[in-house]
Design a protein around this ligand. Structure first.
Ligand code: FES
Ligand code: FES
Length: 187
């Protein structure tokens, strides 16, 4: 059991939430190029506000403990676990969610690559993988298989579609590679 003094200890995030709360406050987020406003309790996570206040349900709440990656969105182009940051701390960041990837109902090339490689079973982890892969391929456009495994290790698939996910990313990166570089990437 936690000691009395330990149980009273507040993390900086809780302290920030209490300082502006405890009741609901106005929160403004920059999401997919739009400014979205809502009213929410200051201790809600970015994931909760995206899903429950803004209706953006693509990011999934699975572990809720910064472990599985199902809630991955981009913040200023970098991958973040949206279950593990407060919405109030996300207000000055450019948030990108999976809802922004398709255009006029057309999947983007990465989404198509996932579909073509059959890289989805349950679907809960898929949007997190796609968002993580979006940032990963921006950083490493032509990865080897080893680079891909390391670069995507923050996302878990409990039913084992890793081979399909790797196939999707490698196929896409090879298709985008200069002709001379094709065929020597699958190290
Ligand atoms: S739900 Fe956020 S990392 Fe699993
Ligand atoms: S496809 Fe979602 S956990 Fe495997």
């Amino acid at each position: 059991m936690a000691s009395k003094s330990k149980s009273k200890k507040r993390t900086p995030r809780i302290a920030r939430a209490l300082a502006v709360g405890p009741g609901p406050i106005s929160i403004q987020l920059q999401v997919n190029g739009q400014t979205l406003s809502t009213t929410a309790a200051p201790w809600l996570t970015l994931l909760q506000v995206l899903r429950e206040n803004l209706g953006l349900t693509g990011a999934k709440q699975v572990c809720d403990h910064a472990t599985c990656g199902a809630c991955t969105v981009l913040a200023n182009g970098k991958r973040v676990y949206s279950c593990s940051m407060l919405a109030i701390d996300s207000q000055n960041l450019q948030i990108t969610t999976i809802e922004s990837l398709a255009t006029n109902g057309q999947l983007n090339p990465l989404q198509k690559a996932f579909m073509n490689a059959d890289a989805s079973q349950c679907g809960y982890c898929t949007s997190g993988f796609v968002m993580s892969a979006t940032a990963f391929l921006a950083e490493t456009p032509h990865p080897t298989l080893d680079e891909l495994k390391k670069g995507m290790c923050g996302n878990l698939c409990r039913c084992g579609t890793y081979a399909g996910i790797a196939e999707a990313l490698l196929t896409l990166s090879q298709a985008n590679a200069p002709a001379a570089a094709r065929g020597r990437r699958r190290g």
